[in-house]
Design a protein around this ligand. Structure first.
Ligand SMILES: [Zn+2]
Ligand SMILES: [Zn+2]
Length: 155
């Protein structure tokens, strides 16, 4: 993990220098916080995590730093239907997302067969695939259970 952190930091530094952006401690603190946790986060949850640690950083700085991290591809952004943007660090293992349209819960899954399908599609359309991201919308098991209980109660 520390090795990853160092590489990520080096990449960020190189990017900031190349663009002539300032290398502020806030920007590095945000990067470090993001890479300290796997999974998804929103600006709200990141802001909360940092204030829990008594690290004072404004939301404007968070947004601004996230934009930079997106540009240098250290962070991935997801925008789901009718929901705030979610982010995750870019080194997460490739995975797809199941999104519940009732409670907005996001579950991650990976299946090698999807890669096989994409390979076939790429060959068929003579298309060089670089990246893919699947969002599967539906209703999660918790919500299904709730709905079942509701109908049972109304009987
Ligand atoms: Zn749900
Ligand atoms: Zn994810």
């Amino acid at each position: 993990m520390d090795k990853v952190k160092n590489i990520v930091k080096q990449n960020f530094t190189a990017y900031l220098e190349q663009k002539g952006y300032r290398k502020t401690p806030e920007r590095y603190a945000i990067l470090e916080e993001i890479y300290a946790h796997p999974g998804h986060f929103s600006v709200e949850t990141l802001f909360q995590k940092m204030s829990d640690k008594n690290y004072r950083v404004s939301k404007a700085t968070l947004y601004n730093t996230l934009e930079l991290l997106l540009e240098c591809e250290l962070v991935v952004k997801h925008t789901y239907k009718n929901e705030m943007a979610h982010y995750e660090r870019a080194e997460n293992k490739h995975h797809e997302h199941l999104i519940c349209t009732l409670c907005n819960r996001v579950e991650e899954f990976a299946d090698d067969r999807l890669e096989e399908v994409l390979k076939t599609v790429g060959e068929k359309y003579n298309f060089e695939i670089h990246q893919n991201m699947w969002y599967v919308y539906g209703i999660c098991k918790n919500c299904k259970l709730k709905m079942k209980k509701k109908t049972e109660n109304s009987l």
